[in-house]
Design a protein around this ligand. Structure first.
Ligand code: ATP
Length: 470
C-alpha cells in the first residue's frame, strides 16, 4: 500500500461565538445541547460559496443521541442519521453492504493555540484521519466520513455496541463466569486478521488494549483508535527516540520497557497476548504501576511493570533472548527481582493458565483446548524475533479446529451464545461519566509528534469517561 494520505477536505470559516449565548452555570445541558453549543462547534460562514463543494455541517446530517466517552484527544458521541436531510443517502458498510444505522462521532479538541507552531489540528487527529481514510478491512472500525469545521474535526465512524473491556467486565460481574471458548477463539481470530491487515500495510497500531477492540452487536470485532498508529516502512526517525513511550503500560512489550529504539510490529503481538490472557482470566495479566516521568521528562525504567511480567514468566535470559544485553535498560534488569519473592520464584505461564482455567470456572467440557496455552506462550515470548507474527498466529493449531477439520472460527463471536451483553452506556447528560482508574495511553511525546502539548492541557489525566475496573 502506498503511504496513506489525507483526502482533500473543504474548509469553511466559523462565525465568532456570542458569549451571551453561553449556558448559565449550574444548568444541566443535554449531551446534544453540549455538542451543539460547545464554542468549539461554531456556526459556519461560507468563505466563497462558488469555489467549494457545499460544506457539510455535522448538525445537518446527524442527530446526537448521547455522549459516550472522553478520550485523550476529544469526545465521542453516539449519533443517528438525520432522516430529513435532503442529501442523506443510507450509509452502507463497504465490507458487508449493510446499512449503518448508528454512528460514533469523535470530536477532536483543537490543538492549543500559543504554541511555537500552531496548525489547529493535532498530530494524532491527522494520523488517525490519514490511516482510517486509506485502510479498510472487516476487522477495522469503518470511517464513514470526516467533517472539518473551524478548529474542529469530526470523524464519523460506524457504531460498535460493545468492546472487549466491557465484555470482560460483564463476565467478571457475573460470578466470574468465563467467556465461552468459541467467543474467545472468534475474538482472537478476528483481532489477528485485522492486525495482519494493518501489518501487511506497514502500520503498527501501538495501542492495542481491550478498550480499543470494539465488538458490534452482530459479533464482529473491529480494531479502533488508530490515533497512535504509525507507518513503519522506512521511518524518518527511529520509532522510539529516548524520551518517548507508547502503549498503555499493562500491554507494553518487554523490548519497549527495556528501551528498544527500533521496535517492530511484534509490540502489537505482545499486546494481543496480554489481551488473550485477559479474556481468559478476566483481569489484566501484568497489572503494573507506571513510573512517571521526572521533571526533566526523562522516561524512567518501568521496574514495577517488568516485575509483574517476571512474576509470571521469570526474568528474561540471554538464552531466551540473544539480543537482551543490547537493550538500553539491560543494566536495570538486575534490580527487578531484588526484593520480590514472586520474581525470584516465578509462577510460570503454564501454572498461571491452569489456575486461571480453574478459578474462572471453565469446566472440562467448555474449557479452551490446550493449544490456547501454546498460542499464549508463543505470543508472550520475550524475544520479539521469536514471538509469533499475526500471520503465523492465524495458522496456529488453536484456530485450525480440534478435529483437524481446519474449520476457521466464526466471524460472529456471539454465534450460538445465549448471553446478551448490555449495550454501551450512552449518557444524555453532557458530562455524566465519572472519573476512573484505567491507565491512559501515553501520547504526549510520541516520536513524531511535532506539536507536543503538556499532558493535562487537553484534559489528559482528568479521568473523564475512563471506566473504573477491578
Ligand atoms: N466506533 C465506536 N463505537 C462506539 N464507541 C466508540 C467508538 N469509537 C470509540 N468509542 C468509545 O469512545 C472511547 C474513546 O474513543 P477512542 O479510544 O477512539 O478515543 P481516544 O481519545 O483515543 O481515547 P483513549 O485515550 O482512551 O484511547 C472508546 O473507549 C469507546 O468507549
Amino acid at each position: 500500500m502506498a503511504a496513506p494520505s489525507t483526502k482533500s477536505t473543504t474548509v469553511a470559516l466559523a462565525a465568532p461565538v456570542d458569549p451571551a449565548s453561553a449556558q448559565p452555570q449550574g444548568v444541566k445541558r443535554s449531551a446534544k445541547q453540549a455538542f451543539e453549543e460547545d464554542p468549539e462547534t461554531p456556526p459556519l460562514v461560507k468563505m466563497n460559496a462558488t469555489s467549494y463543494a457545499p460544506q457539510r455541517h455535522i448538525n445537518d446530517h446527524y442527530d446526537i443521541v448521547g455522549f459516550i466517552s472522553s478520550g485523550t484527544y476529544g469526545r465521542v458521541y453516539k449519533a443517528i442519521s438525520k432522516r430529513n436531510a435532503s442529501s442523506q443517502q443510507p450509509v452502507k458498510h463497504p465490507s458487508t453492504g449493510r446499512s449503518i444505522e448508528a454512528f460514533a462521532i469523535k470530536k477532536f479538541k483543537p490543538d492549543k493555540e500559543g504554541e511555537l507552531q500552531y496548525t489547529g489540528i493535532s498530530q494524532s487527529a491527522i494520523r488517525e484521519m490519514a490511516l482510517c481514510t486509506e485502510l479498510s478491512h472487516p476487522a477495522l472500525i469503518h470511517l464513514v466520513e470526516i467533517i472539518l469545521e473551524s478548529k474542529c474535526i469530526f470523524m464519523v465512524f460506524e457504531y460498535a455496541e460493545h468492546d472487549l473491556l466491557q465484555i470482560i467486565h460483564h463476565h467478571s460481574l457475573l460470578n466470574r463466569t468465563p467467556i465461552p471458548a468459541s467467543t474467545l477463539r472468534s475474538c482472537m481470530y478476528q483481532l489477528l486478521s485485522g492486525l495482519l491487515y494493518l501489518h501487511q500495510n506497514w502500520v503498527i497500531h501501538r495501542d492495542l488494549k481491550p478498550a480499543n477492540i470494539m465488538v458490534t452487536s452482530s459479533g464482529a470485532i473491529k480494531i479502533g483508535d488508530l490515533g497512535l498508529a504509525r507507518l513503519f516502512f522506512k521511518p524518518l526517525h527511529a520509532l522510539f527516540s529516548g524520551d518517548k513511550v507508547v502503549v498503555t503500560i499493562w500491554y507494553r512489550a518487554p523490548e519497549l520497557l527495556l528501551g528498544s529504539r527500533h521496535y517492530t510490529p511484534a509490540i502489537d503481538l505482545w499486546a494481543v497476548g496480554c489481551i488473550f490472557a485477559e479474556l481468559l482470566s478476566l483481569r489484566p495479566i501484568f497489572k503494573g504501576e507506571e513510573a512517571k516521568q521526572d521533571s526533566k521528562k526523562a522516561v524512567p525504567f518501568q521496574r514495577n511493570q517488568m516485575g509483574k511480567i517476571a512474576e509470571v514468566l521469570g526474568l528474561p535470559t540471554k538464552k531466551d533472548w540473544p539480543l537482551l544485553t543490547a537493550m538500553p535498560e539491560y543494566a536495570n534488569l538486575g534490580s527487578v527481582g531484588l526484593h520480590s519473592v514472586g520474581v525470584q520464584r516465578p509462577m510460570g505461564l503454564e501454572k498461571w493458565y491452569r489456575n486461571t482455567i480453574t478459578n474462572n470456572n471453565y469446566g472440562s467440557s467448555n474449557a479452551p483446548p490446550d493449544s490456547a496455552l501454546d498460542l499464549l506462550k508463543q505470543l508472550l515470548q520475550y524475544d520479539p524475533l521469536k514471538r509469533l507474527s499475526a500471520e503465523q498466529a492465524l495458522k496456529h493449531p488453536y484456530f485450525l479446529g480440534e478435529d483437524g477439520s481446519q474449520k476457521p472460527p466464526s466471524w460472529n463471536c456471539f454465534e450460538g451464545l445465549e448471553t446478551k451483553y448490555p449495550a454501551r452506556k450512552v449518557s444524555t447528560e453532557a458530562h455524566e461519566i465519572g472519573t476512573g482508574s484505567l491507565p491512559v495511553t501515553k501520547r504526549s511525546g510520541l516520536p513524531d509528534d511535532g506539536l507536543l502539548r503538556p499532558s493535562g492541557a487537553l484534559g489528559i489525566g482528568t479521568g473523564l469517561g475512563k471506566r473504573v475496573r477491578d
